[in-house]
Design a protein. Structure first.
Length: 364
């Protein structure tokens, strides 16, 4: 049998060291989207196009796909499927190097969940519609824990869990949420995604929990924090908490098309958010719109956009494979979602307020 390894980073090179010890398994090359005129571990590095040509010519039997450093397994497998690779020829390699058919994998690359739906920044084009919410809307710790426990029946590991809002630091029980995440998924990388406003006011219990549970702070840098970000990072440095800060975000993208006239398959194909699997209580959704469209509908009562796109983890007869397949198909909202969206300048406003021109795409 002959195989190709998608990617050529550290994890793919380690995978090669394992695969080369398997009798009858001949690894031909690595694939890369970058420079391909080089070798890696003594094997050639080819472009993805050349890899597909080798497959079509019958010279290669299967591809190995790993989450890799950039958690691109889902996107890579999806491209292979679109290019005519049989799903039986795409093998997923987990972070622990377990090899399974792609749709039978017991590992999610990525999962996000919200602990507060509202936010203290209220960006006018917030894709989670947080700016349309007035007052605190917090998640329930026990329901969230039960959701994670239900998910654990089907998934052994999640490579990256991101704790989101709205603004997650608004939730006074955030310390307990991250401890719960670490307990249920001990090997995950866990990040709190914050706009930074409340970082310097984090209570001791949260600081302790962040350190004990090996959490990374992921700071989205908006223009409103220009003069305060140095204080935020100095505070995290003094606490010895790991963090990274995004480049300044001064442009947003509007995707909501209330006419529903987008081609769902096309939007889904182009979408970079479609691997942003979201958990909410005991339900799993393809992306944030599976759950948060209700805020758009409540605010703009003249519209009624689909609020579907999630399923219960307590459904009878659910299997890991059924979950993975459901996360690989468009949802109803994809017809209401322009991808890529229309660019617009970042600005923010009062809580509970949204101008249609800041949220709805330009051509409506
Ligand atoms: S910081 Fe802005 S984009 Fe992020 S959740 Fe808050 S309002 Fe939305
Ligand atoms: S609704 Fe579809 S196109 Fe829009 S973000 Fe979700 S997956 Fe992407």
């Amino acid at each position: 049998m002959s195989g190709i390894i998608a990617g050529n980073g550290k994890s793919e090179q380690q995978l090669y060291e394992i695969l080369r010890t398997i009798p009858d398994e001949d690894i031909l090359c690595f694939l890369s989207t970058e420079s391909t005129d080089k070798e890696c571990s003594g094997l050639p590095v080819l472009s993805y196009e050349k890899g597909i040509l080798l497959y079509r010519s019958g010279k290669v039997d299967h591809f190995y796909v790993t989450p890799g450093e950039k958690l691109k397994a889902d996107a890579t497998a999806y491209s292979f499927l679109r290019l005519g690779v049989s799903e039986n020829d795409i093998w997923y390699v987990s972070q622990n190097y377990d090899i399974t058919p792609f749709f039978e994998r017991r590992e999610l690359s990525y999962l996000e969940y919200q602990v507060a739906d509202n936010c203290n920044m209220n960006c006018s084009s917030c894709s989670h519609y947080s700016n349309l919410i007035k007052g605190n809307v917090l998640s329930d710790l026990e329901s969230t824990r039960n959701g994670f426990l239900s998910l654990k029946k089907y998934v052994d590991n999640i490579c990256l869990i991101r704790v989101l809002g709205g603004e997650p630091l608004i939730n006074p029980e955030l310390d307990k949420y991250i401890a719960m995440n670490r307990e249920i998924f001990p090997d995950s990388r866990i990040e709190i995604v914050t706009n930074g406003i409340l970082v310097n006011k984090m209570p001791d219990a949260l600081i302790r929990s962040i350190k004990e549970n090996r959490i990374v702070m992921n700071i989205s840098f908006y223009p409103a924090m220009k003069d305060r970000m140095a204080d935020v990072t100095a505070h995290l440095d003094s606490l010895n908490i790991p963090y990274f800060v995004s480049p300044m975000i001064s442009e947003f993208s509007k995707v909501t098309d209330p006419s529903g006239s987008q081609n769902a398959a096309d939007s889904f194909k182009k979408c970079t958010w479609r691997y942003c699997t979201m958990l909410r209580d005991d339900r799993l959704g393809l992306c944030a719109f599976s759950f948060l469209t209700k805020y758009f509908n409540e605010y703009y009562t003249e519209y009624r956009l689909p609020e579907s796109g999630s399923f219960s983890l307590n459904e009878a007869d659910l299997t890991t494979e059924k979950i993975m397949r459901r996360l690989n198909v468009p949802i109803e909202f994809c017809s209401y979602c322009k991808q890529p969206g229309d660019p617009c300048k970042w600005k923010h406003g009062p809580a509970g307020f949204g101008s249609p021109e800041d949220i709805i795409i330009d051509s409506i």
